[in-house]
Ligand binder design. Sequence first.
Ligand SMILES: Cc1cc2nc3c(=O)[nH]c(=O)nc-3n(C[C@H](O)[C@H](O)[C@H](O)COP(=O)(O)OP(=O)(O)OC[C@H]3O[C@@H](n4cnc5c(N)ncnc54)[C@H](O)[C@@H]3O)c2cc1C
Length: 417
Amino acid sequence: MRLLLDAVPPQHELEGDRDPAGGLSLPRGRRLRGDDAAPVVVIGAGIAGLGVSLALARRGLHVSLFERAPVLDEVGAGLQLSPNALRVLAELGVITAASASAVEARAVTLRAWRSGRTIARVPVGGSDGTPYLSVHRADLQRSLVAAVVQDPRITLTLGTTLRGCRPIAAGHALAFETAGGGQTVEASIVVGADGVHSRLAASLGLAPPQDTGLTAWRMTVSAPSGGATGGIEAWLGASAHAVAYPIRAGQAINVVVLGHREAGTAGEPRAEALAKVEGWDPRLIGMLRGAGEVSRWPLLTVPPARRWHAAPGILLIGDAAHAMPPFAAQGAALALEDASVAAQLLAGSASAAQAFDRFESLRRPRVDRVRARVAFHRRIYHLPFPFSLGRDMALRLRSAERLGTDLAWLYDWHPPA
Ligand SMILES: Cc1cc2nc3c(=O)[nH]c(=O)nc-3n(C[C@H](O)[C@H](O)[C@H](O)COP(=O)(O)OP(=O)(O)OC[C@H]3O[C@@H](n4cnc5c(N)ncnc54)[C@H](O)[C@@H]3O)c2cc1C
């Protein structure tokens, strides 16, 4: 890994004519110059940062990607990857590697918390046949990292933590802390992909993330011999729900319990998770008891009012821009969508300012719609008795086809052409 500290010219130079419409399509020969321009600086090598670095490099731009972790460890557990996310991975050229050990789902089975009885099966998958997969997050991350380190246009620097950012004549001075001390990198274009606790957002004075009062307890359990067969399942209870789905070619099952954190408790995570689902479907409880280490994730959300193009030349994407609780399993998908759109606009616009303004106006309606869906799921997943009876009946009366088309707007999204 090499740290790239080239001098940054005051402004990226542009080729070709200006595009007054600022449209998504890239007129031939008009883009931020690739080979002689200063790199776009990306903060954070999570899914958003790796994705946007690849998307920019694929369009000929140079990228300096800084990550605080000294090693890109296997963090997190399972992820559901909906068709909108998979189309971006295909665009980035990593779909084969990312899906090598993925498991395809045809539907999400909603179950009653106590009996495990099926309430409804909600079809998933794109209307163009793009599948819906479940993967281990580490498998996805590994495929993105492999593509990043092979791309000569990207310089990935690990063990480098952003501490602050201040405006200078040439753009921004980014102060990093490393094991050997500190250093300053000057940049005119910065993409903040540093997650829900974004230091970049904090250094711009943006409102901090908010606590949702919810916690996710995450774990992985070995599948019974012969592999996992349950597909994606969700048990709906009053004030909590649990989700289980196969990963690693069906050899393991990812389990998440999601519910309210009890005030003043911070006990052993497995005991907490088991307490949340006491009296629930014995099959679910069996998985919790048999799982490996259980990790506890307090769930935060970024205030909807946060601006993403928050300062000249700076754009926030992924969780740094719009973290929300995972009731629709869309955080990583939105991060990948952001990456694709941001790169397309940056490569195709007359200036970063134009690209980033356009990014906000294009992406905000979609992110708001996903946020509204998340709020809806949060309400209906955790309904107490007897309201849950009404929910279950409404779901049973709805045809599978109708349940599937309800989410077509979400899954049928395509990266900009
Ligand atoms: C329980 C749970 C289940 C989920 N399930 C799904 C799902 O099924 N499908 C889905 O699409 N999404 C899901 N999500 C959401 C998804 O995991 C996130 O939305 C996604 O990972 C966000 O990616 P990101 O790159 O924006 O942020 P992050 O993954 O947080 O990455 C940020 C990166 O920036 C680095 N960083 C942070 N600060 C600094 C700094 N100061 N300097 C340098 N580097 C820094 C971090 O080390 C990290 O590598 C789930 C989330 C949870 C909690």
